[in-house]
Structures are given as C-alpha cells and as structure tokens.
Design a protein around this ligand. Structure first.
Ligand SMILES: C[S@@+](CC[C@H](N)C(=O)[O-])C[C@H]1O[C@@H](n2cnc3c(N)ncnc32)[C@H](O)[C@@H]1O
Length: 443
C-alpha cells in the first residue's frame, strides 16, 4: 500500500526524470508538488512550475503547465486521469475499469442483498426498481437472483443500474507501471548495460530468486486438494515451483506485461488477468491460494472475502516472502550498510515475522475470513556476484525514490562493503536467504 509521503516521492521522482521533456514546449522548468488529495483508488498529486506554485492563481493553483498525477494506492503506478481534475462523477470507476479491468463492488447490490435478507423479495425489488429505472422487470428479477448468494451482478445488468455519463470520460494515460515492476525494469536495464561490457555473471541479477521447495510444501501441507491459485503471480517464479511440486496451478496477475512474460515462460499454465480484489475464478474452485512476495499489495478488506470465496472449505491461504538471512554475520553487516531503503521491513526474518503476523487480516477492522496463522522459515539461497547484488539493491523501491546523489553514495557504500568481506569479495557466492511463509486456513 502506498502512503501519502511515498506517493509524493514517486511523483517527485517522475517529475525529476526525463519523461516530461518529450511533452514540454521548451526547456522543462523546475517543477514542484503543491497539493495532494486522497481518494479511494489513490493519491491525486497536483504539480506545476515551482516558481508559480509558490504564488499561484486565485484558487492557489500554479499558473501555466500545471497538471496532476494519480498514484495508485495499491501498486504505486502513475496515471494521468483527465476527468479527475474537475472532477467528473465516476472518474474512479472509469480509472479502475480502464487500467485494471475491475469494477468496484456495486453499492446497490449490497443494499438489495441486505433487503432480500431482512425484508424479503418484494421490498428488495421495490428498492431496486426505484433506484435503477432503466432495469426492466425480467432484468430486475435476474438481478435479484444473481446477487442473492453474495455474488456481484453480471455486468450487462449492473450497467443498466448506473447513471449514463453526460459525455464519455477521457481515456486514462498510464505514465508509469507498478513500483515493483519499475524497479525490475530499471534493474534489467542496468543488467543489460553491464552485460554489454562482457560480464556474464550479471545474468543472475536479471532473475528474482525462486522459492525454497520445502517452504512451498509446508504452505500447501494442509490444503484439501491439489488445485492452487498463484495470486499476483508476476512472471511466474513461484508458479514454476508449484508446477515442479505437481500442483494444478492457475496463475492470476494484474499487470499485463508480467502476465505476458508468465505466459511465455510457462505456456502450459492457465494464466488469467485479475487481482486479489477481483479473482476471475468461480466459488470454491481452488484448494489453496498462494502469493509470492505479493500479499502486502492486497487490500485484505476486499481481497479477504474474495480469496475466501474462491477457496474450497478448509482451503489454505499462504503468503511467501524471500528474506535475507541476517543470522549470517556478513548479511547482517550488509543490511546495516544498505539501510531500510534497500533491505526493508519484510526482508529479514525478525522484522518479517512482525510485519506479516497479521497480514491476512483486513486493516479496517472488518471480520477476519481466516483462522489463526502460522509462520515458518526455510533455508534458501541464490547464486550472486557482488555486482549483481549491488544492482538489485539499488533498484529496490525505497532506493529508487531517493535523490540521485544519495542513491549513488549508498550504492558505493554497499559496493565497498561487499568488496571488503572475504565471503563476497571474489567472484560468485551463494547469498544466504530464507523463504518465510505465513499460512492460515479459511474459516
Ligand atoms: C514482487 S512481485 C512478485 C511476483 C511473483 N509472485 C514472484 O514471486 O516473483 C509482486 C506482484 O504482485 C502483483 N500485485 C500487485 N498488486 C496486486 C493485487 N492487488 N492483486 C494481485 N496481484 C497484485 C504485481 O503486479 C506483481 O506481479
């Protein structure tokens, strides 16, 4: 989840980059953030030329060349949403539908469902017809039937319950993808650059680690069957381990570029676009849901019920994270030198335990959908070189949002540390890691 400070940092980095130069007439002036508004989908960050942002027009907006960027609350991706400026009613729904292919749960469906339960079909029907006059009688009946068991209404019916916009909304322009993906792209860029100098070893750095098989086995131990959903599957690192262990895997991933890579790498796996908040699978259709380094992105208030919906009775939810084993002396030293921007709160075992202990619970106090969790860690490792490790750490999201000078200095410190340690000074080494698992069962 992206908080306000992080959102501002991401927009400031974007403004400091060269992406705007292509659109700007003449030299790009110094730009500054001057206001931030919070919305359900994310942070709307207003920016403009620093000089005029200080003085502003009558409404306090900077004069000339000012604009806004939506920072997605879930994944930190950046978007230009023209209709957010005025703002036009329904711009958030429009944003979600265009960029993620998801609709927010329909509030009318929740009201109708509640009335069905508390006051019966006639009251629910009256409420529905009053609030959705474009819905004919047969459609209203179909609507009632579809929402009765907790499902969302089919889109063709839901569309008839919404007000038609006075004019079509403007298309959303995506300026930058999810933070994690940007980190990876930046990293790949550097790896490519390095390999052009002939260093074959940097190829290691192009790959995130996979997951310890023992960890995946432990995660799935109590699952009532072999059907596993890999949620937030990315390019398929965890998916591949699941396949190797004989699971019947379906992968779901919201980012189209990641999904395409997964489909390329694992063509035999069923891979679908979707998110934890909107899973494109029927009720009770899997025995386990696993998420590799992804669960912290989920909004459990929405994703919890959605994951519980697709899980069969007794089904398992497990989050897996790859950690650096700072029980090893030199790794502890590396964590100190790198700082929390590069080796963050979920990256070492003790901090990870605390950080993920209740990650399966919704943060807004909604009812828990899962029983008491268990956590465990399993030895793992990854072949690295000092260069590849420095490059990977330099592309962690916390480092990417640092001012360039600070980032370069931190990178040099990490490099110097690794050059100094006998374990890492020469050639390749195995980076001591652990795979941490949080597992729990559907209530
Ligand atoms: C660090 S990557 C991990 C990918 C993969 N599981 C792995 O182990 O390599 C995090 C993934 O979570 C995905 N993600 C982010 N928000 C999500 C959400 N709300 N629902 C599902 N996936 C999400 C991202 O698109 C990204 O692919």
């Amino acid at each position: 989840m992206i908080d306000k400070e992080r959102a501002i940092g991401l927009v400031e980095s974007f403004l400091a980059g060269d992406a705007l130069a292509r659109h700007w007439h003449g030299p790009v002036p110094e730009l500054a953030v001057y206001a931030v508004e919070e919305y359900e989908v994310g942070w709307l960050v207003f920016w403009g030329p620093a000089a005029s942002a200080r003085t502003g027009d009558a409404q306090g907006r900077p004069v000339g060349g000012n604009s806004h960027v939506l920072v997605d609350r879930q994944d930190g991706s950046l978007h230009y949403v023209p209709d957010a400026w005025w703002p036009t009613e329904g711009w958030e729904d429009h944003y979600l539908l265009q960029t993620k292919g998801v609709r927010r749960p329909d509030p009318l469906a929740a009201e109708v469902r509640e009335l069905l339960r508390s006051a019966g079909a006639v009251a629910a029907m009256l409420h529905l017809r009053r609030n959705a006059p474009r819905l004919g009688l047969p459609e209203a009946k179909a609507y009632l039937t579809s929402v009765r068991d907790g499902a969302e209404p089919p889109e063709e019916l839901a569309a008839l319950t919404r007000k038609e916009p006075a004019s079509p909304l403007w298309p959303v322009e995506t300026l930058a993808g999810p933070v994690e993906q940007r980190a990876r792209m930046d990293h790949d860029e550097q790896s490519r650059h390095a390999s052009s100098f002939g260093s074959a070893a940097v190829a290691y750095a192009e790959h995130r680690p996979d997951y310890a098989q023992a960890a995946v086995r432990w995660a799935l131990e109590a699952a009532p069957g072999p059907r596993v959903l890999d949620l937030g599957a990315g390019t398929g690192k965890l998916t591949a381990t699941l396949v190797a262990l004989g699971a019947e895997v379906v992968a779901v991933e919201p980012d189209p570029a990641m999904l395409a890579e997964l489909q390329r790498a694992l063509p035999a796996v069923r891979a679908l676009p979707g998110s934890a908040e909107r899973i494109p699978l029927p009720d009770a259709s899997v025995d386990a849901v696993v998420a590799g380094n992804a669960m912290h992105w989920f909004d459990l208030a929405v994703a919890g019920p959605e994951i519980a919906r697709v899980l069969a009775p007794g089904g398992v939810l497990a989050g897996l994270w790859n950690l650096l084993d700072d029980g090893v002396d030199w790794v502890a030293g590396l964590a100190r030198v790198s700082g929390t921007e590069a080796i963050g709160v979920r990256d070492t075992p003790v901090a990870w335990r605390a950080e993920t202990a209740d990650m399966h619970l919704p943060k807004n106090g909604d009812a828990a959908r899962f029983g008491s969790p268990e956590q465990s860690t399993f030895p793992h490792g990854q072949r690295r070189t000092a260069d590849s490790l420095v490059e990977t750490l330099a592309t962690r999201a916390g480092m990417l949002v640092m001012p360039e000078q600070e980032r370069a200095a931190r990178r040099s410190e990490i490099r110097a540390f690794l050059a100094d340690r006998p374990e890492t000074a020469d050639g390749g080494f195995t980076l001591p890691m652990l795979t941490g698992v949080l597992r729990t069962r559907r209530l």
